[in-house]
Write a protein that binds this ligand. Sequence first.
Ligand SMILES: *Cc1c(COP(=O)(O)O)cnc(C)c1O
Length: 355
Amino acid sequence: MSHTINITKINTSKVDDLDFDNIPLGRTFTDHMFICDYENGEWVNPRVEPLELIPTHPAAMALHYGQAIFEGMKATVGTDGSPMLFRPEKNAARLNFSADRMGMPHFPEDLFVEGLKQLVAVEQAWIPPQEGSALYLRPFMYADEPFIGMRAATSYKFIIIASPSGPFFTNRIKLYAETKYIRAAEGGTGEAKAAGNYAAAIRPTELAKEKGYDQVLWLDAVEHKYIQEVGTMNIFFKIDGKFITPKKDGAILDGITRMSVIDLLRDKGFEVAERPITIDEIKEASENGTLEEAFGTGTAVGIAYIQEIGMNDETIHVSDESPVGLDINDTLNDIKTGKIEDTFNWMVKVEKVLV
Ligand SMILES: *Cc1c(COP(=O)(O)O)cnc(C)c1O
């Protein structure tokens, strides 16, 4: 299927006002957005236009019933100067997986990738060139039908906005294993990248921060025993030379970084098991000296090294170093900038001809 994407460009770009060495995280947006409307059962009028406020009816259903989902991905520049996307078809498929769970319409996956490419082509001056920097892309869909009543909306918007992000120098993070609040239960919406999952996580995350932790480590909803994931990341542990990560259980998010890291670890000769992992198992490994490292994986930060995990009044020491995590992070960055060969065929080039 081919789509005609109309492009309306602004007169003067704001990119010259941006200090690329000092990018305020999540607050700077590029000049344009991709936007498409869902009306009368179909997606119409895909376009790239100047980023501006969108008039919203006070009864827009997303505001009341929360039909809102999103994606997160990054565009980088290759050594040859051309912008590239990392596995965008995976984000397209995951958006539709989330849409299914939330009773929302599918967005055509080819148009998702085409929209990303067009937007990135128009905004390529905004891609920070520094190592570890990228243009963060945020595709999202929400119900904008004005209606008070409990059913799936009949009109939606699909939008992609872009925000340059500087290099992430994450310190080792400390996690708080939460035994009171839960993020997701099997059968719930945890597998969907739904806005509401975050809404429910905000308060527990604030409480963890008050205790001196960076993020919540979510445990299963039934026994508060099995490890699920971290705020916006999946999690890996290295015990006695082998890697483990919680298996997809119907409640954790199927991270694209997670699936890529599993491939990279195996490629580097490590064993990786996807299986249920209890917090007690991690505690025991910490105590008997077999817990070698642990890290979180997600598009926003890449790899975040975990130093310790708190639970109630206990502290589980993880590790002060994360050599494999560091190596995987470098490999991922090098693939994303074309410094090493993309043997997995993950990168999708954006043609410059469109601009
Ligand atoms: C987006 C997200 C992740 C990471 O997914 P990536 O595709 O690797 O960015 C992990 N957990 C949650 C809850 C998320 O929303």
